[in-house]
Design a binder for this molecule. Structure first.
Ligand code: MN
Length: 318
């Protein structure tokens, strides 16, 4: 794969009258923030813009507060413009039901930072050294000469603060970018609370049950250790799917385990598995065994079956 530059992507976008921006399935704040920031910037240049994510699910409450939210269209209402940009999707498969919209375009662009991304567009701006896709979108907007106003900065900051775990693993460049975004007036305190520190009350007993049943497998990964927990469909009853997303951040704190896994039942019998490692273990090939991908220290995959079946399959690769 030959990676394109932000200048090449900017050049392709500069000549477009209408652009479709696609976010990945089970959207997070990086894919939505990147999509909305790019959408707002292009709209200000007079471009006809639509932004969508697959799955027909509700967007998490926190992301509905982001500027540019009105650019989002239901997947059934997608026009599918000649230029299509995928943001933060590690593979075409992550676009799920939106893949036909992507492949039907005359010019396809992928902007992403996942190490497992082999490139799947005409222009692939893929940089695994970037902390989030939002900083790659910022590089494209700078090439386009777009003024980064408060709304665009807020969307970019949403991706940056969440994908760096509140800057816990942020690189120096990300702190510089954060300062630049905050200088536009982004309310960092409020957005951190909205995006990272807000759950319904029912989240507390759910997490209590999940953590009580967590398992430690000291011998896994050649003795590096594994801790895992299960969020099944019943435990999530009455809550929206994204309430299971942050559980892994608690589970991974177990000192005895290098690797943490959380098995999340997104629909009866359908599982999304989140993996985290601390330092020594590269999760990309492990997720790859199960058809997934991601980053060295944060990756994931999907599986189907009972909890016992899905866990047993994972333990074979642990
Ligand atoms: Mn990301």
């Amino acid at each position: 794969m030959t990676t394109s530059t932000s200048a090449a992507v900017a050049q392709a976008l500069a000549g477009a009258d209408a652009v479709t921006i696609l976010c990945h399935v089970r959207p997070d704040a990086d894919t939505i923030g990147s999509g909305l920031a790019l959408g707002l910037a292009l709209q200000r240049r007079g471009v006809d813009v639509e932004v969508a994510f697959p799955g027909g699910i509700e967007l998490p409450q926190a992301m509905r507060a982001l500027p540019g939210y009105t650019l989002l269209v239901d997947e059934a209402d997608l026009v599918g413009h000649p230029v299509v940009v995928s943001v933060d999707a590690a593979s075409r498969g992550r676009l799920e039901s939106l893949q036909p919209t992507f492949t039907a375009a005359t010019r396809t662009i992928a902007i992403d930072h996942h190490a497992s991304n082999d490139g799947f567009a005409d222009l692939d701006l893929i940089d695994a050294t970037a902390d989030c896709t939002a900083v790659l979108v910022l590089a494209v907007l700078d090439e386009l000469g777009v003024t980064i106003d408060l709304d665009i900065a807020t969307c970019l900051y949403a991706g940056l603060v969440t994908d760096t775990g509140s800057f816990k693993w942020a690189r120096p460049e990300s702190f510089r970018i954060a300062a630049r975004l905050l200088d536009t007036g982004v309310d960092a305190r409020t957005w951190s609370r909205i995006l990272l520190d807000t759950h319904p009350f029912a989240w507390l007993p759910m997490v209590g049950s999940v953590l009580t049943a967590a398992q430690l497998v000291p011998g896994a990964f050649d003795g590096a250790g594994l801790v895992y927990a299960v969020v099944d469909n019943d435990l999530l009853a009455g809550m929206s799917w994204e309430e299971s997303e942050s559980v892994v951040d608690i589970v991974r704190t177990a000192a005895e385990a290098e690797v943490a896994a959380v098995f999340k039942e997104t629909a009866p019998g359908a599982w999304s598995v989140s993996l985290r490692s601390k330092s020594s273990i590269d999760l990309v090939p492990i997720a790859g065994v199960h058809g997934g991908g991601g980053h060295r220290q944060a990756s994931g995959y999907s599986d189907e079956g009972t909890a016992a079946e899905v866990i047993a399959r994972f333990l074979k690769s642990a």
